[in-house]
Design a protein around this ligand. Structure first.
Ligand code: AMP
Ligand code: ZN
Length: 115
């Protein structure tokens, strides 16, 4: 997917502050952070949304969640808490159509899940 910014970052064709690399996914800092910690976890495969996941992606998703947990620990926010989420399509507020998880933390995020 030549036009996809996250594919470009994954292939080294666009810049990002990469904080983790695995064979099938990577993590980098969000360019417009909404919290002191705002990291994106992105599969290398171009999957537009959560709706495109297939059963064979389950191990990948598990590794991504564990990596998010490890990043939260390494950034010192694991005990205070953080949020891990994925937006899907228009009502979910998705802007970049390459599946990604947001890891947010470093300040109280509140109990409200949406506005
Ligand atoms: P979403 O609304 O879930 O699709 O979120 C997309 C996220 O990608 C937003 O938080 C953007 O700030 C972030 N983003 C967009 N372009 C880049 C980029 N080139 N590098 C890092 N983060 C980006
Ligand atoms: Zn992509």
């Amino acid at each position: 997917m030549d036009a996809c910014i996250f594919c470009k970052i994954a292939s080294g064709g666009a810049k990002a502050t990469i904080v983790h690399e695995s064979p099938d996914f990577l993590a980098f800092e969000d360019i417009h952070p909404q919290a002191p910690v705002h990291t994106l976890l992105v599969p290398r495969e171009h999957l537009p949304t959560l709706n495109d996941l297939r059963p064979e992606h389950a191990p990948l998703l598990g590794r991504m969640v564990l990596a998010a947990r490890d990043i939260a620990r390494s950034r010192g926010i694991a005990e205070r808490g953080y949020r891990l989420l994925a937006n899907c399509n228009a009502d979910g507020g998705q802007a970049v159509f390459h599946l990604h998880f947001h890891l947010l933390g470093g300040r109280p995020l509140g109990a409200k899940l949406c506005s």
